[in-house]
Design a protein around this ligand. Structure first.
Ligand code: AMP
Length: 326
């Protein structure tokens, strides 16, 4: 189980941190992937663009290879049981631990005029989304590690207090570790809403992709053989490893080690490899997005599957909690 907020255009971080894993997981497990529209209300209370954004996230997920006939692909707000479980879990979450969450502290800084209770209890809602399907694997990027630790805590707390209902949820990635796709400016990670010129979106056109990559921060290159790479150079290599062929990466690694690297050439190559990677996804997503009827059917089908699983879990939850009086 996993989700993506409809707060903007999907980017390379969403793809390599999350969606790429969804596409593989759907063939091996019973999967639930949602557009986290309720979560987006914590920071984006204006809902004028919401429908378009929900359609965009759905289209981009499908364009990346998610099959709505295989996994359940649905909207968070279509599954009302989420809100019920969220309420029960809120009684098991302590203010102190919620206030210490790194993402909460970041959001308080970013949205100082809208520090609402939904922001504070964001990890509780996220836990409800996950354990509502009694999910074990949660494909997410590195930035979600702490939230998953909290989800484990809350699930275990429920089990200890009321009896075993939930398996422990764990952050999941097919590689060795959770992924963080760095931004092109050498500072932080790619993100839907921050540093947009340093983020590659799956909707960027070819010229924009090339331009953004060419602007990535570099320097005049190493002067001593085998100098450790500064972070911003490390990031360019990291991005190259996502989309470029092995022999291309090897060549630039050797050029770096022998001080003969030309960053202009490297960025040109990276730009072309990014274009080859992003363009087919962008084109597919554009076609899907224009088919509103199809997207409606996807949402309905997904909601039906998700509600079925949610209902079964909530029966166990109410019974475990002693809330079944007749
Ligand atoms: P969000 O865009 O915050 O709704 O996140 C959706 C998914 O994308 C989550 O699983 C995040 O962990 C993942 N994600 C977002 N940004 C990045 C990034 N720069 N690198 C890796 N994963 C990311």
């Amino acid at each position: 189980m996993s989700g993506i907020r409809p707060t903007g255009f999907l980017h390379l971080g969403n793809y390599f941190g999350a969606v790429k894993n969804y596409v593989r997981l759907q063939n091996e497990f019973e999967c639930y992937f949602m557009v986290a529209d309720l979560h987006s209300l914590t920071t984006h209370p204006d809902t004028k663009e919401l429908k378009t954004n929900v359609q965009r996230v759905l289209s981009e997920n499908i364009a990346c290879g998610l099959d709505p006939d295989n996994a359940a692909l649905y909207c968070q707000s279509h599954v009302y049981e989420t809100s019920e479980l969220y309420l029960y879990l809120n009684m098991l979450a302590y203010i102190g631990e919620l206030e210490k969450t790194v993402t909460f502290k970041d959001k308080v800084r970013q949205h100082e005029n809208n520090v609402n209770a939904g922001l504070l209890t964001y990890p509780v809602l996220q836990t409800a989304d996950i354990i509502l399907h009694r999910a074990s694997y949660v494909p997410v990027g590195k930035d979600q590690e702490q939230h998953l630790e909290m989800a484990r805590q809350f699930a275990n707390r429920f089990n200890h207090r009321y009896g075993d209902v939930f398996p422990e949820p764990h952050a999941f990635n097919y590689g060795d570790e959770l992924v963080k796709v760095p931004s092109l400016d050498g500072a932080g990670k790619m993100s839907k809403s921050e540093n947009q010129y340093a983020t590659l979106y799956l909707s960027d056109d070819d010229e924009l992709i090339r331009k953004k990559v060419m602007k990535a921060k570099t320097d005049s290159g190493p002067t001593e053989p085998n100098t450790p790479k500064p972070d911003y150079i490390e990031n360019i290599f990291a991005l190259m490893k996502l989309v470029s062929a092995d022999d291309v990466i090897k060549k630039f690694e050797e050029d770096y080690a022998t001080c003969s690297i030309r960053y202009g050439d490297m960025k040109k190559q990276l730009g072309e490899d990014m274009v080859s990677f992003i363009a087919p996804i962008r084109e597919k997503a554009d076609n899907i997005r224009n088919n509103e009827q199809y997207l409606k059917e996807v949402m309905e089908k997904g909601a039906e599957k998700a509600r079925k699983s949610a209902k079964a879990t909530m029966e166990l939850v109410r019974k475990a909690m002693g809330l079944n009086y007749y």
